[in-house]
Design a protein around this ligand. Structure first.
Ligand SMILES: NC(=O)c1ccc[n+]([C@@H]2O[C@H](COP(=O)([O-])OP(=O)(O)OC[C@H]3O[C@@H](n4cnc5c(N)ncnc54)[C@H](OP(=O)(O)O)[C@@H]3O)[C@@H](O)[C@H]2O)c1
Length: 260
């Protein structure tokens, strides 16, 4: 059986995936398909709409036909997972929340106002949500290390690198790092310099460089393959099924929910 609105732990979680043709969406979608406890029942793409998902992926038995918008998905959905781009993603994710679906948002570039609006909608409707700028384990460890380092080191800058196709800059991960450093240093996040590189061959790279008298401390995280996001996304899908009216915004929260 497939879990839709109900939250039966024995049923597969019914997932709709926006961005199924993308670099990240494809890898995440195939992992969902192979996970055993969740299943893709809807897939969205503008350019591949009308095609069978299994023809696109060539690895799956799924009978899902790719749709152009949420209204075209006939199946009942439990969770919308979104890896697209911020302009289309925000109204799509808000629409999903209004429909009572849980949401896992990987798309980066939402403004603070949009984040607050999503948080309010999640609280109001009682769905579960995760808006996570970086699902990789290493990025979370980097953030923890940077926060700890900032307790002892009073100055630092952030460097992030991504492929030329990335639309938003600075990256969501870098903006989050600046928020955390700003909170530790009691200064506006905007006052912490972020240097954004956009180069072919890059996947996702973050550095925090702290300076002190006579020494420099560099914390660095590199994603070489998008596989790095998969475990975090699957964990977030399980986690949003376990919370109500709560938008999780970091992987620490997500792991706490599934471990509880
Ligand atoms: N949170 C994380 O850990 C994490 C990790 C990796 C990436 N990301 C974020 O995920 C997003 C996707 O990254 P990517 O590298 O996978 O990008 P990508 O390869 O360019 O894929 C983008 C996907 O979005 C779809 N899309 C683009 N514009 C759209 C629109 N206006 N309406 C509907 N669908 C649209 C595209 O399909 P069609 O063109 O067929 O519609 C495609 O499937 C970005 O925001 C990126 O920053 C987050």
């Amino acid at each position: 059986m497939v879990a839709m609105g109900t939250r039966d732990a024995h049923e597969k979680i019914a997932v709709a995936l926006a961005g199924v043709t993308g670099k990240t969406g494809k890898i995440v979608g195939q992992a969902i398909d192979e996970s055993g406890d969740m299943t893709i029942v809807g897939a969205l793409s503008r350019h591949q709409a009308g095609k069978m998902l299994r023809v696109l992926w060539q690895t799956s038995e799924t009978s899902v036909v790719i749709a152009n918008e949420l209204d075209q998905i006939a199946a009942s959905i439990a969770v919308l997972v979104d890896f697209t781009e911020p302009v289309s993603a925000f109204p799509r994710v808000m629409d999903a929340v209004e429909r009572g679906w849980d949401v896992v948002v990987g798309t980066t570039g939402f403004s603070k106002v949009q984040q607050a609006a999503l948080q309010a909608a999640v609280q109001e409707t009682g769905v579960g949500g995760a808006l996570i700028p970086n699902f990789s384990l290493g990025a979370w460890v980097l953030e923890l290390a940077a926060k700890e380092a900032a307790r002892y080191l009073a100055t630092g800058e952030i460097i992030e690198g991504h492929p030329t196709t990335k639309l938003d800059r600075p990256s969501g991960t870098a903006r989050r790092l600046a928020d955390e450093l700003g909170a530790t240093w009691d200064c506006p996040p905007d006052s912490i310099p972020i240097h954004s590189l956009r180069q072919p061959g890059m996947v996702a790279h973050q550095m925090v460089i702290f300076g002190a008298d006579g020494e420099v401390i560099t914390l660095r995280h590199d994603v070489h393959e998008r596989q790095a996001y998969v475990k975090g996304v699957l964990t977030a899908i399980r986690a949003v099924r376990r919370v109500s009216g709560r938008l999780m915004t970091d992987m620490g929260e997500v792991w706490d929910v599934v471990r509880a």
